[in-house]
Write a protein that binds this ligand. Structure first.
Ligand code: UDP
Length: 478
């Protein structure tokens, strides 16, 4: 239950002459970071944005706030209590993916406070931009008679696929595999590769029902914003337009920290920068970067297999290991490989590492941000998808775009170390002709062009800002 007293705090009041929008990011690293990069872009274009945030997530916004002190504002609301969430948990990073359904459900209870704040505001927002998980925001917007903008933190392909699964849940949930004949390339996936929110859906749990309702409601929003670009996902961006029945899908990516201020640095810690000095001493494209995103913890057998595989590959590496409990690399491993690799415990400056010229490959779980960051750095991926949208992302970059290899697959799979070593050695070898390495460099150029004047992403961003500033207020959300 949310606090009965109204305790919203707004830092400053937006200028009444500029377009004001309300923004509602989902509190998980992989969602909040690109969302804030997008908000940064809107602020650069002169919009005023108020961000809904709970107290413990406020530090994540500080950097953006201090960059745009006059145009970024915060509406700080207490995190509503939920029986499944320990007191003080306000972000998925503090509880793991298990926390996604209760966090989504819990934040739906902010409705009353947001509406009260809006109705007493001298210059209220003209639209609400919300994370894909927060479809219920449309009900708030309906009450306030303003349009909504769905911000998709996944790519266009996985968004298309996920929406179809959720919309046809009864049909697909009983199948061992699905092939979607009516979208480009007729992708097929085994049920182990379904997005986690579909696969783990619990019919009798009200938190999960809220999630389902959110996803089914999203297509009714005024427009979608996708963190992607035409040269990477054009056919699926177009498919989304077909699915939604209108053209208002703005692909504005890749949005990453290199666009601006919002460096992908853990606000709690700035450890890990020594790695850049270590990389300075390595030859160009000789180092494999290994990281499984902000959430994923490998099991001990997986860690041991990966450690052996890296060691046997004799390839230089930087391996980011999320430390929790007794989980750790095998005893003696670090000493044995001290000339070959570096182990980072906790959080690494991923974007900076990927953009270092010593990096030649990236073992990734294929989180969408990691994929876009690898493209922008021109670094080939060795894919090990595990959950969420990662199987769809892996298919896109391995099979459709030719930017990646498949290294392993599955949340519980323990790979064979010799096989890992073989694939790593072959893909990283400078004597091998590896088309993926060239392809990703070409895609990097296309990504940069998309964001330049005349490029598809900047054109879409400008068009969206124009719509928000001039037309949107007169459109109805319903
Ligand atoms: N990240 C980072 N350092 C780490 C782990 C992750 O900077 O040690 C960043 C990474 O650059 C990316 C985000 O966290 O921007 C992870 O998002 P992604 O979509 O790749 O995966 P998720 O964490 O959502 O599974």
């Amino acid at each position: 239950m949310s606090s009965p007293s109204f305790s919203a705090v707004t830092t400053t009041t937006p200028n009444s002459n500029t377009t004001h929008v309300l923004a509602f990011p989902f509190p998980a690293q992989g969602h909040m970071l690109p969302f804030l990069d997008f908000i940064h872009q809107l602020a650069l274009k002169g919009l005023n944005i108020t961000i809904i945030v709970t107290p413990k997530n406020l530090p994540i916004i500080n950097q953006l706030h201090s960059t745009h002190p006059n145009s970024i504002h915060t509406l700080v609301l207490p995190f509503p209590l939920h029986p499944k969430l320990p007191l003080g948990i306000e972000n998925v990073k503090d509880i793991g993916n298990f926390g996604i359904p209760p966090i989504i459900a819990s934040l739906s209870k902010l409705e009353g406070e947001v509406i009260q704040w809006f109705q007493s505001h001298p210059s209220p927002p003209r639209a609400i931009i919300y994370d894909f998980f927060f479809g219920y925001t449309q009900l708030w917007a309906k009450t306030l008679n303003i349009p909504t903008i769905t911000f998709c933190t996944s790519g266009a392909f996985s968004t298309c696929f996920f929406q179809r699964l959720m919309t046809n849940m009864n049909e697909f949930r009983n199948l061992d595999a699905v092939q979607m004949q009516d979208i480009p390339r007729c992708p097929s996936f085994h049920k182990d590769q379904y997005p986690s929110l579909f696969e783990k859906y619990k019919e009798d749990d009200s938190d999960w029902q809220i999630i389902k309702e959110c996803i089914l409601t999203n297509p009714k929003s005024w427009c979608y914003v996708v963190n992607s670009f035409y040269d990477l996902e054009g056919e699926y961006i177009d498919q989304l337009k077909i699915d939604l029945g209108h053209d208002r899908v703005f692909s504005v990516g890749p949005l990453t920290s290199s666009l601006g201020v919002n460096k992908r640095v853990n606000p709690d810690s700035d450890v890990g920068y020594g790695v850049l000095k270590w990389l300075d001493k390595c030859p160009d494209e000789s180092v494999l970067y290994v990281c499984f995103g902000s959430q994923k913890l490998l099991t001990q057998p997986q860690i041991e297999a990966l450690a052996l595989g890296l060691e046997r590959s004799k390839t230089r590496f930087v391996w980011v290991v999320k430390v929790e409990g007794s989980q750790w690399v095998p005893q003696g491993f670090e000493e044995r490989v001290s000339d070959q690799g570096l182990v980072i415990k906790g959080w690494a400056p991923q974007v900076e590492i990927l953009n270092h010229e010593a990096i030649g490959g990236f073992v990734s779980h294929c989180g969408w941000n990691s994929i876009l960051e690898s493209v922008l750095a021109g670094v080939m991926v060795l894919a090990w998808p595990m959950e969420a949208d990662q199987f769809q992302n892996a298919k896109l970059v391995v099979e459709y775009a030719g930017l990646a290899f498949r290294l392993c697959e599955g949340e519980h799979t323990v790979p064979d170390s010799n096989e890992l070593a073989r694939i790593i050695d072959k893909s990283m070898s400078i004597s091998e002709n590896v088309p993926q390495k060239e392809n990703v460099k070409v895609m990097r150029q296309k990504a940069l062009e998309a964001r330049n004047v005349g490029g598809s992403s900047l054109t879409d961003l400008n068009e969206l800002v124009k719509e928000l500033s001039q037309n949107v207020a007169s459109n109805s959300n319903t």
